[in-house]
Design a protein around this ligand. Sequence first.
Ligand SMILES: [Zn+2]
Length: 461
Amino acid sequence: MPELPEVETIKTILDDIVKNKTIKSIKILRDKNILNDPGFFVSSLVGQTFLNVSRIGKFLIFHLTSSLVIISHLRMEGKYFEGKVGDPVEKHDICIYEFTDGTTLRYNDVRKFGIIKLSKEDTYLNEPPIDNVGPEPFSITKEELYEGLKKKSGPIKEALLDQSLIAGLGNIYDDEVLFATKINPKMEANKVTLEQCQAIIDESIRILNIAIKNGGSTIKSYHPKEGVNGLMQNNLLAYGHGNEPCSRCSFPLRKIFIGGRGTVYCPRCQKEEGKPLIIGITGPIASGKSTISSYLKDKGYEVIDADKIVDSIYKNNDFGQDLQVFLGDIYENNQINRTKLLDKMIEDASFKKDFETRIHNRVFSIIKDKISKSKSDKIVLDVPLLVPSPIEELCDLIIMADAKEEVRKNRLIERGKDPEKAFKLNKTFQRGKTIAHSGLVIDTNGTKKELIAKLDSLNLF
Ligand SMILES: [Zn+2]
């Protein structure tokens, strides 16, 4: 979706295209995107001349003779194209302005969310949709922003997207501004300080100005003009860089979802005060997870170990009546018969899946509880099946320990375990997905000593 710098760039290009052009006729190909009666829209505009184009927030304002204005919002993927009268109508064309000089301006919208509205110079600022556009970073005061954010519930990332509070920050520049100000995107908006508001305004102005100078960011839904590309994507430090090292501190940037929007931040530079840094460690069986978690324990991290939680659930029969019933004869003499359980899990895949879901949900709620009660400011979650799980979203960094099957097999034999059985039980581990979700994938094929040297050399913990 184009944001303020992209719309500003499009505005400048459109201004060049339409200035002093007179409308000869208008083709409307999709009524729904025009907020006026289509007949009224066409009859009011034919014979009028474009004077110039301006911008308010992410709205384009075309100013015409007879004090008319056309308000246009591109939403997800609206695009304008220059053309000539007689050019074939393209798929997803919404509206074509034909000018007396034989050229055209075509509005095309693949997603069809864009809007076009005809209004008058003396009223449009006080009518929807413009009346609800808040001040831009260039004009808002820190007190205004502070008062607005104090009234919000939910994370600051989401609050800054509210165009009625502050206009012009979309998903890209919101991430960039929070990165620059070192504010965690998950921080409750109403916890913001006046100093942070000043920083948000200062950084928004700085970043938006650089973006405007660069013609915006070229991302898939943005097109300023045929052959013209924005270059701001080369200056983005957070957006689009999930799992890459932070440009300030080298810690892997984390991508999460806030209000359904992909959000990238540095867990270390943007650490939320009073909240622990949480590192999840995962990997297949015998991949060296425990070496990594004990390394971090030595560095002062509190370790929460999912396998130990499972053990204690079994030992203390801490899983409730319904699981006892589900287990049938595997639950005997008031406890789980572990041998029978493992055998059943190996032979019956659907039983295994069902049982794991039940036990994992219990483990996850215990982990969440332990985190909320922890006094530590850095926590390690050692969770074999972390990806995918509801625990993932709690992590600031996911580390995957990755070792070849052959290496893991030898380790299992050394531990006196049956590798065939162990691998069958570990079949649910999703290697590809885990790699994609991990900020760090560590090759753990070497010795313990080599792994520790590798962790030392990362210099991250
Ligand atoms: Zn950083």
